[in-house]
Ligand binder design. Structure first.
Ligand code: PMP
Length: 409
């Protein structure tokens, strides 16, 4: 067979049944798609920290100093002892303190989600997700064969009051509830106190684990702090918390952690040993050394302010360019806001808009990519975190041109 014939030949692989449930992520794929573009693009698509929010100089200096022999060998599966120790001390000053026997360092938040599903989700299990949701998280549940139940979100987060009815209609008992309580990805909304309490109650009624995925908690820039699940229900065995340094330090390090009942720790370690042995060792040392220097709190104060200014800039630009033809959420923290097209733009499909917008030099994530069922045809997720206010205004101006072109098409 020639090379050309070979490339047209589609072999039959002895694929596992679960391979069909590997649905991929438009969010992640946008990284390579955008990298391949030759023209200037305002990046509202990926949820990346601002370049200015990454302590790059300090990281460079630290990287040079930590690379001794301990960085070049395998590390402990539960995480580097120094990082675990510093993390326990750091968390003591946050709303979610944790002892070391609860913590396992993970390869980003994504691995925490994978471990949660590995431990709790059997094929066919019912898993509740928000709608819209972070579809990498729902994709993880799908990859373990979950059946998803999407529950709508409003300004106070998941509409928990709808849950009993929606669940009753499935004639099943949920096994896990996947929620992003603060400044949800993608909507930017925060789960209210009443709903947190109600969700805890329902989880206990069903014996379902709450996968509490909260990468943005430390990035609140306005409004009142709301008690965390752990504050509301200390030592709750049904709480499985997934955390990451990706949004507060840098996603490229791929360092996160899970906080779970100590009785689960060995299983989590076993899960990691069947997956990646240990999280990247030098990266853990870099994060540990950064924390040990004591600058994390000041860093958080300064990036919160940076992101507040950017949220305001995006809200102002949307208002001035799109007028009455949209609604948007108004997040109190995090990276994202959620725009729903209205008025003259209401009939547009943001999946089609994506290509037009890319040609105009602006990227976002279309609503349907943020719901497992492909809902939210006329909505889009915008990341305000990565661009300066000037670039945000330019990006929204380009978005407006794309909307008008899509309307005329
Ligand atoms: N959960 C949510 C809600 C996220 O927004 C992200 C990152 N976009 C993750 C988990 C994954 O975090 P990490 O990059 O650390 O794997």
């Amino acid at each position: 067979m020639t090379a050309t014939e070979l490339s047209h030949h589609s072999p039959t692989f002895p694929l596992a049944g679960r391979a069909k449930d590997l649905v991929g992520s438009m969010i992640d794929s946008s990284t390579s798609l955008l990298a391949a573009q030759q023209h200037d693009i305002v990046r509202f698509a990926m949820g990346s920290p601002a370049d200015e929010a990454v302590p790059a100089e300090e990281f460079r200096e630290i990287a040079g100093s930590i690379l001794d022999h301990t960085s070049f060998t395998y590390g402990a599966s539960e995480g580097e002892p120094r990082l675990l120790d510093l993390l326990v001390k750091y968390l003591a000053g946050t709303p979610d303190p944790a002892s070391e026997d609860r913590l396992v360092i993970t390869t980003g938040g994504m691995q925490g989600l994978d471990l949660a599903c590995k431990l709790f989700v059997d094929p066919g299990d019912l898993v509740i997700t928000e709608s819209p949701t972070y579809t990498n998280g729902s994709a993880t549940a799908l990859s373990y064969g979950a059946q998803l139940l999407e529950v709508p979100v409003d300004d106070e987060g998941m509409m928990v009051d709808l849950l009993p009815d929606l669940v009753a209609r499935t004639h099943r008992t949920p096994k896990a509830i996947y929620t992003i309580p603060n400044f949800q990805n993608p909507s930017g909304v925060t789960l209210s106190l009443e709903r947190r309490k109600a969700l805890l109650e329902m989880a206990h009624k069903w014996g379902a684990v709450i996968i509490d995925d909260d990468p943005y908690a430390l990035l609140r820039f306005s409004g009142e702090e709301i008690p965390t699940f752990r504050t509301l229900s200390p030592d709750d065995p049904l709480l499985f918390s997934v955390r990451t340094f990706s949004k507060i330090l840098a996603p490229g390090w791929r360092v996160g952690w899970v906080d779970a009942d100590p009785a689960l720790r060995q299983l989590l370690i076993n899960g990691k040993q069947a997956m990646d042995t240990c999280t990247n060792v030098p990266n853990q040392h870099i994060v540990a050394e950064y924390i040990s220097r004591g600058g994390l709190d000041d860093h958080l104060v300064s990036i919160r302010e940076l992101y507040r200014i950017r949220r305001d800039a995006m809200l102002t630009s949307l208002q001035s360019h799109l007028g009455e033809d949209y609604t948007s959420t108004n997040p109190d923290g995090g990276f994202f806001l959620w725009v729903t097209l209205q008025g003259k733009y209401e009939g547009l499909d943001t999946r089609e808009l994506f290509e037009i917008a890319l040609a105009q030099g602006v990227a976002f994530i279309p609503g349907p990519a943020l719901s497992p069922g492909g809902h939210f045809r006329n909505a889009l997720r915008l990341c305000f975190a990565s661009s300066t206010p000037e670039r945000i205004d330019e990006g929204v101006r380009r978005l407006k041109s794309a909307l008008d072109l899509a309307l005329a098409a």
